[in-house]
Design a protein around this ligand. Structure first.
Ligand SMILES: Cc1cc2nc3c(=O)[nH]c(=O)nc-3n(C[C@H](O)[C@H](O)[C@H](O)COP(=O)(O)OP(=O)(O)OC[C@H]3O[C@@H](n4cnc5c(N)ncnc54)[C@H](O)[C@@H]3O)c2cc1C
Length: 174
């Protein structure tokens, strides 16, 4: 099947979108300009509703819950150490009545692993550098081919070859 959706960016949003579209058997291609996943914590909380939505997928939210740290309350502490407030987080009417602390690096790892079980891999070191919306030709517009770009500074030639190789195998209507 030729990909009909191009996802630019394999952060949590792109990876989740790729998992969901693949689950609905929509052919997808997902690219990211970086050579590897982030190793930074960045987005660090999964909320109850997110975990509920992850349950719609084949593996559900359990890999995330197992990897994360459940927070059912938060103290607000003043500079002198006095506790000035407490927020309970365990009253949400959800199977997941807590905030799940999970660094973005782990979320991406789990999402990417899940995506691979669905048969799709992130194409890395591929950068989208231009986009053309050509109207209704394909119902949702048209994306011009990705152009390799030297995101990691010193290997433009390698990326250009990667790009050319990809063009040789790409449907013409991309
Ligand atoms: C330093 C830092 C700290 C943060 N701390 C927190 C925090 O404590 N709590 C919190 O909730 N959120 C935090 N955030 C925000 C959080 O990281 C974002 O909300 C989250 O990453 C958004 O996910 P995303 O998938 O939309 O985008 P991103 O995670 O940014 O992923 C986008 C991906 O797209 C790729 N990409 C971009 N352009 C192109 C292109 N043209 N071609 C190919 N690939 C491309 C990038 O390489 C990247 O992998 C932080 C962000 C930063 C930078």
């Amino acid at each position: 099947m030729n990909p009909s959706v191009l996802i630019v960016g394999a952060g949590p949003v792109g990876l989740t979108l790729a998992c969901e579209l693949t689950r609905y058997r929509v052919p997808v291609r997902i690219v990211d300009k970086t050579s590897q996943r982030t190793d930074k914590s960045k987005a660090i909380v999964l909320w109850s509703r997110t975990l509920e939505l992850l349950d719609r997928g084949d593996r559900g939210s359990s890999p995330f819950v197992e990897a994360g740290f459940k927070v059912d309350g938060v103290n607000i502490v003043a500079a002198d150490g006095a506790v000035v407030g407490h927020v309970k987080m365990d009253s949400a009417p959800s199977p997941y009545p807590y905030a799940l602390m999970l660094p973005q690096s782990d979320s991406e790892r789990l999402l990417e692993a899940h995506l691979e079980t669905l048969g799709l891999r992130v194409e890395r070191q591929v950068e989208a550098t231009s986009f053309t919306d050509s109207g209704a030709a394909h119902g949702v517009g048209e994306v011009v081919p990705l152009q390799a770009n030297n995101s990691d500074s010193d290997s433009a030639g390698k990326h250009a070859r990667h790009y050319q190789d990809q063009q040789a195998h790409r449907p013409r209507d991309w």
